[in-house]
Design a protein around this ligand. Structure first.
Ligand code: PMP
Length: 394
């Protein structure tokens, strides 16, 4: 790297294996079954409806102006209405529109994380989130995840008397494991956070994509103000990630600071994208869209399970998510999945190696598969290709 007088925080910029693999995959020209990215199915993106809304809404010059920093009023109002009656029902002063979930995480860190602050993360975790905390100098503590989400009762022992500044969790259909934090653990997590004076980052992009089981109350709802829960939400998975629109829902007292921080960052969230989403919500399209997506993702998860049983039954175990995009496969035959990646790519299948989901490089025997973006017949083909790649490196 060029010898320049870099800021100290540059040492904390670790980059994202997940995002780099998107760039890599965009450059590939051969046929690849893409289990790597966490994108909605191309068929699930409501492009035609959005184009109709665009023709109507985006022909006005004022759709290209700067927007209010806290969010364009039509989207703000439509979002409040969308959340009414759900476990994320909220009030206008609590909502700030952001440039996707990632900006929500960045805003939290900008407001609360000083170098050396301790932030608890799940293990495995969504490392783009933990990387944001690292970029502000946080120290991370990894806590294992099982089928019921973060093993919250391990926290007191792992902390050895320290009090974390924040606990970062993806409670529902976790990225990457697909696990959901049980109700009992949700209560326990909040109780511990309260006792330590820690804040909770409740990052939940997938909660509306439940295809099995009953919904659980969100941490935001259960926390009821104490401890401070910072809810990070996004339209990326339920509508389209390229729009780059999400929202933060938290204590209204934080909103002036969130606005100041956002004004120093990007002034406002992309206004054409906000207008498209407002039109999508007020046109009543979201509910139908979610019903279709849930049914489609359930079929895809089942197809992936069937293919895994056929091709990996002898050498692996995997999780059984009730919603969302991902499942997590652990190989039991000693193959290192980071080394498997190149061979699998040549074989025509892409995944994200397990080490990408741990800031300390754990999980070299595991991999994340996205079942959401691939049709069932092709899922079968992709898993067969993956097995061929595993056999080549074994
Ligand atoms: N949090 C989690 C758990 C995610 O899976 C993602 C997207 N992969 C994000 C945040 C970021 O969302 P966005 O694309 O809206 O920035």
């Amino acid at each position: 790297m060029k010898a320049l007088p870099y800021a100290e925080r540059v040492a904390g910029l670790v980059g994202s294996v997940i995002d780099s693999s998107t760039s890599l995959l965009h450059k590939q020209t051969h046929d690849i079954v893409r289990f790597a990215m966490g994108s909605p199915a191309a068929e699930a993106v409501p492009a035609r409806i959005l184009a109709e809304i665009a023709a109507e809404q985006l022909s006005l010059a004022d759709a290209y102006d700067y927007a209010a920093t806290e969010g364009d009023p039509p989207l703000h109002a439509a979002l409040l209405e969308m959340l009414r009656g759900t476990s994320d029902e909220t009030t206008a002063e609590r909502l700030t529109i952001t440039a996707g979930g990632m900006q929500g995480l960045d805003l939290f860190c900008k407001l609360f994380v000083d170098p050396g602050d301790l932030v608890v993360v799940e293990s495995p975790t969504y490392t783009n989130g933990s990387a944001t905390a690292l970029s502000y100098g946080a120290e991370l503590l990894e806590v294992a995840v099982d089928d019921d989400g973060m093993i919250v009762d391990n926290l007191p022992r792992l902390l050895e008397g320290r009090r974390p500044k924040a606990i970062y969790t993806i409670p529902t259909f976790q990225n990457p494991s697909g696990a959901t934090l049980s109700l009992e653990r949700r209560h326990r997590l909040l109780e511990l956070a309260r006792s330590w004076g820690s804040m909770v980052i409740d990052d939940d992009p997938y909660g509306l994509l439940r295809f099995d089981g009953d919904p659980l109350p969100t941490l935001r709802e259960l926390g009821a103000g104490d401890p401070l829960v910072f809810a990070v939400r996004t339209f990326s998975k339920i509508v389209a990630p390229g729009l780059r629109v999400g929202w933060v829902d938290t204590d209204p007292e934080l909103q002036p600071l969130l606005i100041n921080a956002k004004q120093a960052m990007d002034t406002c969230t992309n206004l054409p994208a906000q207008r498209l989403l407002a039109g999508f919500l007020t046109g009543g399209h979201l509910e139908d869209h979610l019903v279709t997506q849930r049914a489609q993702y359930k079929r895809r998860k089942e197809a992936m399970h069937a293919a895994l049983r056929e091709h990996f039954g002898d050498i692996a175990r995997w999780t059984d998510p009730q919603g969302g995009f991902f499942l997590w496969v652990t190989l039991e035959n000693g193959v290192n999945t980071a080394e498997l990646f190149e061979v699998a790519l040549a074989e025509g299948v892409a995944f994200i190696p397990g080490t990408a989901f741990s800031p300390t490089g754990r999980f070299d025997d595991a991999l994340r598969l996205c079942f959401a973006s691939t049709p069932p017949e092709r899922i079968h083909d992709g898993v067969a290709r993956l097995r061929r790649a595993v056999d080549k490196v074994s």
